[in-house]
Write a protein that binds this ligand. Structure first.
Ligand code: PSU
Ligand code: MN
Length: 307
């Protein structure tokens, strides 16, 4: 069966067969590969999350743009090449189609991956942390397109919350305004990416993948459009406590200001500065939380496919 996609899109046969058979599929983003982590950690992480999703009984679909082709499900070779490519674009809703028309290569952000997943009929997506409202957004106006996408595209995004480099409180406010449910998995507290705790209460809480699938079915039944954010706290053994992270984050933020970093460069710059400041500890935590999210996303996809 051929998917009703378009002249720019290649869907891998594994993903196509799974979708046609109603089997669970989990989308994965690729900005985390091209801009979020250095090589070779990015490559190992990308392979590990796919393996975890497979173990849980779902089919992984890493999404990216390679030489102007929108790939839904990268081959191992394509994924490995992307992990090493120099000068990849960081693609969101605004420039995804530009990369297609210009034959470019790029990693897809949460926003662009949601859009592509929906195009292919994939309902669940795992990432590390979504973009959100940056600290100081009242003057910079820097609010990630990820929030807008969550408001309009019906994909469940499993993350470890919003990255703690952001203003999590304002991020939750914007999500609420856009009608995006934020469900914390198994906790009453909103997690903060590298840390299990933030000062904020969980907007909603659910404790099982089946409950999340039931919630999604109810949203669909009453015609609520748009995405849902699952905030999955990082495993205890891998977390960096919030008090410790706070110092690292403020140091990284002041380096960003000093270096005049703006726009799309902000998130990759902060992540890489924090990696340097923590001597790699933040990266170990980042990989652990992405893997944890991949596992939960697969469970949700399985639960959705059997309901
Ligand atoms: N999560 C990570 N590392 C990342 C990102 C998320 O653990 O690099 C990426 C995602 O692709 C997300 C993007 O969509 O950062 C947000 O960028 P911005 O703040 O510029 O919208
Ligand atoms: Mn931004």
């Amino acid at each position: 069966m051929t998917m009703n996609l378009n002249q720019y899109t290649d869907i891998s046969s594994d993903v196509e067969n799974a979708l046609a058979a109603g089997k669970p599929v989990v989308a994965l983003e690729s900005t985390i590969i091209t801009h979020g982590m250095p090589y070779p950690d990015n490559s190992r992480m990308a392979a590990d999350v796919e393996a975890i999703i497979t173990q849980e009984g779902a089919v992984p679909a890493t999404i990216a743009i390679v030489d102007g082709r929108l790939k839904i499900g990268l081959s191992i070779e394509e994924r490995e090449a992307l992990a090493q490519v120099k000068g990849a674009m960081k693609l969101s809703r605004a420039d995804l189609a530009f990369a297609l028309s210009e034959g470019r290569t790029g990693g897809t952000t949460v926003a662009a991956t949601m859009l592509a997943a929906h195009l292919a009929g994939i309902k669940v997506f795992a990432t590390g942390g979504i973009g959100g409202v940056h600290k100081g957004a009242e003057t910079s106006f820097d609010i990630s397109a990820d929030l807008e996408e969550l408001g309009r595209t019906p994909v469940i995004v499993v993350s470890a919350g919003a990255k703690a480099i952001l203003d999590i409180e304002k991020t939750l406010e914007v999500l609420e305004t856009k009608g995006v449910p934020v469900v914390v998995y198994g906790s009453d507290t909103m997690p903060a990416f590298w840390s299990r705790q933030s000062p904020l209460k969980a907007p909603l809480r659910l404790d099982t993948a089946e409950n999340i699938a039931d919630f999604q079915k109810a949203r669909e039944a009453i015609g609520v459009i748009g995405g849902m954010l699952i905030a999955n706290p990082i495993p205890q053994a891998s977390e960096i406590p919030a008090e410790i992270m706070a110092g690292y984050i403020s140091e990284a933020l002041s380096r960003a200001t000093r270096n005049g970093i703006t726009g799309k460069a902000v998130t990759p710059f902060l992540l890489s500065e924090i990696l340097t400041i923590t001597k790699g500890e933040s990266l170990v935590a980042n990989i652990a939380l992405v893997e944890n999210n991949a596992r939960l996303a697969a469970k949700i996809a399985v639960a959705l496919s059997t309901r």
